[in-house]
Design a protein around this ligand. Structure first.
Ligand code: 6R9
Length: 710
């Protein structure tokens, strides 16, 4: 397979692509089967499990997931499609999420750690919170929420970092049926304010401060901004509940607002030992909102359900994360992201395992930190994103070998992973002993849609693998023609059927829910037959002959050079084959002849200095692997990429730099300071070369502005 790398050179291949298809030039990769020791202990090791989830058994097949939970009342109907595409799962059933994640484990796991919290400062001790202790804390905080008059169906916003009070608050809200909306702590106060207003929350829960890269940040200041921003949109916040990073001691500089702001540790004192009965909720009642930004306008509050969602994350945690109660599981994502909701809090705790929470940045104080944590806590399941993997590879490629830890299982999630990076993860982080699952899914989907079953399927670097159990994907072109497996062509990946984890609607915007995700391939808006409502994921993908899917990135991320649609991920993967390159991002530049041309941004591994040779290597690799059509106009070797706090490269920011347009809002970046550095570097070089483009049209401006937008 590797041998035909150099054969894929030129225009012949490229000319097979069209406006309706995305070109695919990627070579296929070899298989990595699971080690026998993993298979022997895996929750799913018999391929016959797939037969329980075939199309003819849908939707009843998913009761296997619902059966992992404890129900107050069983459901009457597995799937109600009467208001398609607003699917209702397990109708008639009643349960409580907090009960399922906490109370029911008291019988046999009361003194087992539910959460282990690792503060960022290395001189602060870990905090192990047993299921018993979690039960006490959740009940006390639920008592606080109840005392404020909050009840089932009300919304509450959390703007919380990675501290144990966040899962406690989520489970307390869930206990009462209060719909929580956790806003990523790295987001600005204003961003939190918009989400407060959109959800109609009257209570905001926050902390005074938390550690990030060695600094105790004042987080409370964002609460003041959030309340003000919400008020501008007509939403009044009555109470701001402030947890203290060090109880009894205030770590923020901003004053508390009399009558509005309260310290939670003060409030809790009045509710010591109080028990709040979990409320029996309908399976179809909402559990939480998770905001995700669309390309334009209001953020989308993805509404997730109680019964369907919890069933789906419990089932996928069991079979795909291979979680057993005795495991020590560490997902390094942030709870402010859907991954943290599904696979730090709800899935793992529903299964009664130990879930690790880390407050800080992975490379603080050095690139060995994650591996020290893994060793110290005996972590055996590890879960992170390609960006974190690339970063750790960049700053400490040899660090994992220095620590005696052993993973049985590792996950990559969030974006496509370049095979080069995958192999470092496998060999260096996993020491060649661990299986890897590359899980493809979205905020909207609640849980995994594509992944290998780790005890059954071999992994293939760069591919997420086959469809998850019970998921029926298909790749369609723009005209709804099926793109067959093994054709070497790509299109839009679509899920033909509903599944229990799928979001119920966009909070307050049901029309947008239908138009964004279901209208594209629906032929009859009145139909109540699920077959008529394929879910449009918005990702480009290709299916290999073996049924493995390879995700090429968002379909709005393609760069259309002279009518040829090039996937950004593909260009970036090629750049990553150059040894010196640590990270790469491809963006379009408006070009009067070819419409768009490609520009590449790359950052280098430590120890390498920018040089014309490296630029040439990247350019040659792209021309060789993809074709002349993809030859980058410029290759910019930059010190770092602008990234979101969840680690995704903000392509729209560098696209704006390359096109001399406004970079827009950069307040949600993890490293906003890099933007100006890159701008000066790139734009002064472009001025020198006489490459300043003409004024862009409205359409062009919009494309650049939303390029790669999350
Ligand atoms: C879970 C999460 C969703 C988008 C999704 C896709 C990309 C996620 C991926 C992946 C390739 C994977 N994505 N996982 N692409 N391989 N394993 O990331 O949710 O933040 O909503 O992002 O991320 O483009 O559509 P979210």
């Amino acid at each position: 397979m590797a041998d035909d790398l150099n054969d894929v050179t030129d225009e012949d291949e490229v000319s097979e692509s069209s406006e309706a298809l995305i070109a695919v030039h990627w070579r296929d990769e070899g298989y990595y089967p699971p080690p026998p020791s993993f298979v022997a202990q895996a929750n799913a090791s018999d391929p016959a499990i797939r037969e329980q989830f075939t199309e003819d058994k849908f939707p009843d097949s998913f009761t296997a997931y619902a059966d992992l939970l404890t129900w107050y009342k069983p459901w009457d109907t597995v799937l109600d499609t009467s208001e398609a595409p607003f699917w209702k799962w397990f109708v008639g059933g009643e349960l409580n999420v907090s009960y399922n994640c906490v109370d029911r484990h008291l019988a046999d796991k009361a003194n087992k750690a539910a959460l282990i919290w690792v503060p960022e400062p290395e001189n602060e001790a870990h905090q192990a919170i047993t299921y018993r202790e979690l039960y006490v804390r959740v009940n006390e905080f639920a008592a606080v929420l109840k005392s404020l008059g909050l009840k089932a169906g009300d919304r509450i916003t959390f703007h919380m970092p990675m501290v144990p009070e966040l899962p406690v608050a989520m489970l307390a809200a869930a206990r009462l049926g209060i719909v929580h909306s956790q806003v990523f702590a790295g987001f600005s106060g204003t961003a939190a304010g918009h989400r407060i207003a959109d959800s109609g929350s009257t209570v905001l829960v926050t902390v005074d401060g938390y550690y990030r890269s060695g600094e105790l940040l004042d987080h409370k200041v964002k609460a003041d901004e959030a309340v003000e921003a919400a008020a501008k949109e007509g939403q009044q916040v009555d109470k701001v509940l402030v947890f203290r990073r060090y109880p009894g001691q205030y770590s923020a500089a901003t004053p508390m607002v009399e009558g509005r702001d309260v310290f939670v540790d003060d409030l809790l004192a009045a509710h010591k030992g109080e028990i709040v009965e979990p409320v029996a909720l309908k399976a179809t009642d909402p559990l939480f909102l998770m905001y995700t930004s669309g390309t334009t306008g209001r953020p989308k509050g993805c509404q997730h359900s109680t019964g369907g969602y919890l069933s789906y994350v419990a089932g996928t945690s069991k079979f795909y994360q291979d979680i057993h109660p005795d495991d020590t599981y560490w997902c390094m994502a942030d709870i402010g992201w859907i991954t943290g909701h599904s696979y730090i809090v709800y899935g793992p705790l529903a299964l009664g395992t130990t879930s690790v929470l880390y407050e800080g940045t992975p490379n603080y104080p050095d690139a060995g930190r994650p591996w020290r944590i893994a060793k110290q806590l005996g972590v055996n399941i590890f879960h992170t994103s390609p960006t974190a993997i690339r970063m750790l590879r960049k700053v400490g490629p040899d660090e994992p070998a220095k620590y005696d830890y052993h993973f049985k299982h590792m996950t990559t999630v969030g974006e496509p992973i370049e095979p080069e990076v995958w192999r470092w993860y496998y060999e260096s982080v996993g020491k060649g002993e661990a299986v890897i699952v590359d899980t493809w899914w979205q905020t909207e989907t609640g849980g995994f849609l594509g992944s290998t079953l780790p005890g059954i399927d071999p992994a293939k670097p760069g591919s997420c693998g086959p469809a998850a159990l019970g998921i029926l994907p298909v790749i369609l072109d723009e005209d709804a023609n099926e793109v067959p497996a093994g054709s070497g062509k790509a299109g839009n990946i679509v899920i033909r059927n509903p599944w229990p984890g799928v979001f119920q609607t966009i909070w307050g915007q049901p029309e947008r829910f239908v138009s964004t995700y279901y209208a594209k391939y629906n032929k009859d808006p009145k139909s109540t037959d699920w077959h008529d409502w394929p879910y449009f994921a918005g990702d480009g993908a290709t299916e290999a002959a073996d049924g493995y899917f390879r995700i090429l990135g968002r379909v709005d991320d393609v760069i259309n050079v002279a009518g040829h649609r090039l996937g950004t991920k593909e260009l970036e993967s090629v750049a990553l084959t150059v040894n010196e390159v640590a990270e790469a991002a491809a963006v379009p530049v408006v070009d009067d002849v070819r419409g768009r041309v490609v520009e590449m941004y790359v950052s280098l591994k430590p120890g390498f200095a920018p040089s014309a040779e490296i630029e040439a290597k990247v350019r040659d690799a792209i021309v060789t692997d993809i074709g002349k059509i993809a030859r980058p106009k410029n290759i910019w070797i930059v010190p770092d990429m602008p990234k979101t706090r969840s680690g995704k490269i903000m392509r729209r920011v560098i696209a704006a730099t390359s096109n001399f347009t406004d970079t827009g809002d950069i307040t949600t970046l993890a490293n906003p300071e890099i933007v100006e550095k890159i701008r000066q570097q790139v734009q002064s070089a472009k001025h020198a070369k006489g490459e300043v483009p003409r004024e862009l049209s409205e359409t062009e401006l919009n494309e650049i502005k939303s390029f790669g937008a999350e």
